[in-house]
Design a binder for this molecule. Structure first.
Ligand code: SF4
Length: 292
């Protein structure tokens, strides 16, 4: 039996980004994204076949430039405007709210701590709104030990989080920050995306009802890998797979109950394919004994 989580497939931010990209490709035949528009290889390959070009930095050309769901560093946006490139902004509205919050805090003179992965595109873009007094504080255990904060006691400090952090990882990082001594009156803004959080809650309940839990999505997607690590800790029989091709025969036995959950950048079709593959029982071939 397969039990699929209720909240699966694209979240609204990813759905919006993919749909904006598809519309642009329909109207303009081609467009450029600075980095993958979402973290899912199958979706990217499909969009590339329709005309999407992925560039690491601003390249010459006249195609529209689509800003991915993670947002874009304001300096790069300025450069695009200077070059008179048409911009299609697919930044997730929730990520944009966090950018506006950080830009406002920067204007009011706050030093800003971002709890997140320093190399994640959302964090890189967000840091651009925070001005010069910004610290990126890793949300991963053991990586914060060597980091020393250098704030004066009178300095105004605000803490925000990468939207796709798990509540557990951001609480851990926040605890570590407090132990290192934040100035009195530090403001903390909970900017974890509730979509991610809701999926974690539902998945942890599902984990109790099934024999094997499969997290469907890309290993490059932060929210998918966070979801996988979170579930794996509570249920060792949890596996991260990118699609139906990675379904193991041992999971296709009718006596097993399999749970399916997904990251926010996994299309529903991929989850359906996984479900179909599990439900179709593998053929049992019996060899005839020799000489008969
Ligand atoms: S996970 Fe949340 S913040 Fe990220 S794209 Fe989806 S809705 Fe937006």
């Amino acid at each position: 039996m397969v039990i699929t989580a209720k909240e699966i497939g694209f979240c609204f931010g990813v759905k919006r980004a993919v749909s904006l990209c598809e519309k642009t490709l329909k109207n303009c035949k081609t467009c450029v994204s600075l980095g993958p528009i979402i973290h899912n290889e199958q979706v990217i390959e499909k969009l590339e076949r329709s005309g999407l070009k992925i560039a690491a930095s601003i390249c010459s050309g006249a195609e529209p430039v689509i800003i991915r769901s993670h947002g874009l560093h304001p300096d790069i946006r300025k450069e695009l405007v200077r070059k008179k490139r048409k911009i299609i902004d697919a930044t997730c509205p929730f990520v944009r709210q966090v950018q506006q919050l950080v830009a406002g805090l920067n204007k009011r003179g706050y030093a800003i701590i971002i709890i997140g992965k320093p190399d994640h595109p959302e964090v890189k873009a967000l840091a651009g709104f925070a001005g010069k007094k910004v610290i990126i504080y890793p949300a991963v255990r053991n990586t914060t030990d060597g980091l020393r904060l250098k704030f004066g006691n009178t300095e105004r400090v605000a803490v925000v989080s990468q939207t796709t952090n798990t509540e557990r990882s951001y609480r851990h990082a926040f605890g570590a920050l407090q132990r290192q001594g934040l100035p009195a009156g530090t403001s903390f803004f909970d900017t974890v995306c509730r979509v991610t959080e809701r999926r974690q809650t539902e998945a942890s309940q599902l984990a109790k009802k099934v024999d094997v839990l499969l997290v469907v999505g890309s290993g490059k997607s932060a929210n998918t890998t966070n979801l996988y690590r979170f579930l794996r800790r509570m249920k060792p029989e949890t596996y991260l797979i990118s699609g139906a091709a990675e379904v193991k025969d041992r999971w296709r036995q009718s006596k097993l109950t399999i749970g399916l959950v997904s990251g926010t950048s996994t299309p529903k079709e991929t989850i359906e394919e996984v479900k179909r593959k599990i439900c179709i029982q593998p053929k049992v071939t019996t060899k005839k004994p020799k000489g008969r």
